[in-house]
Design a protein around this ligand. Sequence first.
Ligand code: 4AD
Ligand code: MG
Length: 480
Amino acid sequence: NKRVKIKTILEQTPIGQEITLMGWVRTKRSNKNVSFIALNDGSVITNYQVVADPNLIPEEILKKCTTGACLKIIGTVVKSQGAGQNSELNAKTIEVLGEADPEKYPLQPKKHSLEFLREIAHLRMRTNTFSAVFRVRHALAFAVHKYFNDKGFFYIHTPIITASDAEGAGETFKVTTLDISNPPRTPEGAVDFKQDFFEREANLTVSGQLEGELAAMALSEIYTFGPTFRAENSNTTRHLAEFWMIEPEMAFYDAEDNADLAEDFLKYLISYALEHCREDLSFLQSRLEEEEKSKPADQRSEMGLMDKLRFVVENEFVRITYTEAIEILRNSNPNKKKKFQYLIESWGADLQSEHERYLVEKHFKKPVILTDYPKEIKSFYMRQNEDGKTVAAMDILFPGIGEIIGGSQREERLDLLLKRMEELQIPIEEMWWFLDTRRFGSTPHAGFGLGFERMVQFVTGMGNIRDVIAFPRTPGNAEF
Ligand code: 4AD
Ligand code: MG
């Protein structure tokens, strides 16, 4: 007897067949005549009902079928008497593959808080909420590859260990084999990185973009999808020290082509999830509705999760420049709150998340593509606009999330790029390989980076980014 997954049973309902089912006990209800075991194997959110007759299954076995225990059951699929499910499994034999001592097993068949579950991240995937989140995450990752593959983009694997800091924010994790308590030193007393493994300083990548640009200058349209690392000490519900980023990079694209691709891509991912993760999304939607009930009435969201997702797919994103956004914020000043006022004086300031939220959630009530930011608040590689003040940057802001995508048209003109790098004191000699793309066969090109976890957050409605990655890396958290 081959193992059959619950997903397959629900799709095919093989009434009358003898099958083998394996999975983990969620709950057990017993009376004198019969035990009902709700089993889950992770293939779908639905638990499958196993009916155990105490005349067939020894009592010492049934006693071990407690929440969390892993079972192998051979039995016959029969039509279900009760409402809810078409079929159930009449157990012939039950083998306990792994017991779970009810005195010690931390997951009980009741609602646990997300905070508590974060403490037991090694077990939380066994809950409905987290198994749903990780199935949706999988579907989205698959959809990323499908989208780009169908469009003829090539998947490039950029290095995790690198010597460059693409974003120039100085928030890198160092990689070294030197004994940090007693490193080798140069005669001048500095740490002698020549004696390190790579014979230079190295760090974990913050972005695959620069390598992606090299690839786009050969293969035209590429994307990366890999882990990136940022040592920014921001303890928020939107930041991780290790997150996954998708970075398409396209030769011959200008800023508008870039925005068109980004909007189409985001809509595709959401549509894909709506089509392929219906049950999980509908579970997550009801979870959110429960959560909403505990909020004050005026803070509750009017739309359900799936309606919100459909709304984004069906409506055009708003496209405005940074300067226009500042104008809107200037004239808005809702409830005369102080926090919006400082913008009046300061064209050039970076938008705070309150400003982004105001634009997206209050003013437009739609995703917003914000373009042409002041060059001072953006990276060196962005293409400089005619006005001498702004660059062809693009951030995409989503409701409830804020910035989900950051991107730009790149500076392809060697002289302007060199000048900007000098202004920012970026070591030009070390970037010779990057600058070579501008020396040899340079062309307009553009790209963007989508923070994968922020996308998973948006689609699943999870409020904290720590709850959409299996093992979150945040300040003080790298145990398992
Ligand atoms: O805006 P960022 O820093 O842009 C880049 O890294 C560019 N090199 C991308 C490109 O043009 N190829 O990051 C891109 C996105 C952000 O919009 C956000 O969604 C996500 O990555 N992100 C984070 N996600 C989780 N935790 C963090 N600490 C993040 N920092 C950025
Ligand atoms: Mg950004």
